[in-house]
Ligand binder design. Structure first.
Ligand SMILES: Nc1ncnc2c1ncn2[C@@H]1O[C@H](COP(=O)(O)OP(=O)(O)O)[C@@H](O)[C@H]1O
Ligand SMILES: [Mg+2]
Length: 326
């Protein structure tokens, strides 16, 4: 690897964490810092690096992230461009997102789920107190560490919460979000508020307890129609170790109408803190999902294709672009 290709700005690219449809996320080292500090760089892929809309989204993500300061939310450090590649500099945290941590089933996290859910909810609640609606709450957008510490990421489609007269002037826009977790009003392009995130968070809780999202569909439209009008499944059907109280709370969060859900994440947290998730306390699995990191690659495992994108030589990230079909 040539030295210049190895660097973006002052950061040496050490390991490709993940490739999405528009961005690559790298672990990078600031070799100028005395302690060789590590960061995560979210870099627009070469094929998108001159795309004004994508650059706009990256800037938007920077601006939202800069306005937030909480241990439950990933820290936004900088927005830079080098060699024509715009990129975000972020606090580096954890090896796994929640979706990856669930790959081996809900047992991987079950024994520390109280902490994970509490911290995940605190991150979202904090965002709402700063008047931002996340709009893409899903397991891929939470990072989880092996001790259960959890942080919220990815503010690409976050929007300010509209209040008062501004609500009246709301015009519906192109629908954005991830199908498996989208609230009915978001699917319909209507005004979203914190209860839309509560809905998506309910879907995340369903997946954390059962290992699967609440709805799947033969086609994208089939999946969306289940969010709009399908009956609300109980997590107990898939995991009878979930307490009835928690199952009822999850179902309430997934109510079709905003007014039937908890009013805020704070309301959720108050109820959640007073209840048990499990009937029988789960044990930690013998092999932690955090020790099974076969798919992680160093930068040296990558080859660059003529189009400028990277191929992962051995294995690869099986989840890549998966959400596009979800
Ligand atoms: N700060 C970070 N530290 C460690 N891993 C991260 C960080 N930010 C993102 N990732 C990893 O990269 C993935 C994609 O990042 P994300 O910001 O969600 O991009 P996208 O907009 O492509 O969904 C995450 O699911 C996570 O696995
Ligand atoms: Mg994401």
């Amino acid at each position: 690897m040539s030295k210049s290709r190895d660097f973006l700005g002052r950061y040496r690219l050490a390991r490709l964490i993940r490739i999405g449809s528009t961005a690559e996320v790298w672990e990078a080292i600031d070799e100028n810092s005395s302690d060789n500090k590590r960061y995560a760089l979210k870099v627009l892929r070469e094929s998108c690096s001159a795309d004004k809309a994508e650059i706009g989204l990256l800037k938007h993500e920077y601006n939202v992230g800069k306005a937030l300061s909480s241990p439950r939310i990933i820290k936004m450090i900088d927005l830079q461009t080098d060699k024509g590649r715009p990129f975000l500099v972020l606090e580096l945290f954890s090896e796994l997102n929640m979706k990856q941590a669930l790959r081996k089933g809900p047992e991987s996290l079950a024994f520390m789920l109280k902490k994970i859910i509490e911290q995940a909810a605190e991150g979202l609640y904090y965002m709402h107190t700063k008047n931002w609606i996340h709009r893409d709450i899903k397991p891929d957008n939470y990072l989880v560490a092996r001790d259960g510490e959890t942080k919220l990421i990815d503010f690409t489609i976050a929007e300010p919460k509209l209040t008062g007269i501004k609500k009246l002037f709301y015009k519906s826009k192109t629908v954005q979000g991830t199908r498996s977790y989208m609230a009915p009003e978001q699917i319909r392009g209507k005004l979203c508020d914190e209860r839309s995130d509560v809905y998506s968070f309910g879907c995340v809780l369903f997946e954390l307890t059962t290992g699967k999202p609440p709805y799947t569909g033969q086609t994208p439209n089939d999946l969306l129609s289940k969010h709009l009008s399908g009956s609300i499944p109980s997590p107990i059907v898939y995991n009878d170790n979930v307490t009835p109280e928690f199952a009822t709370l999850i179902k309430k969060m997934m109510a079709k109408k905003q007014e039937d859900r908890p009013d805020s994440v704070w309301e959720f947290l108050k109820e959640f803190r007073a209840m048990e998730i499990w009937r029988k306390r789960p044990r930690a699995p013998e092999v932690s999902v955090f020790d099974d990191m076969g798919s992680m690659k160093s930068a040296d495992d990558m080859i660059k294709r003529p189009d400028g994108n990277y191929d992962v030589v051995k294995g690869g990230d099986k989840d890549k672009n998966k959400e596009a079909g979800e």
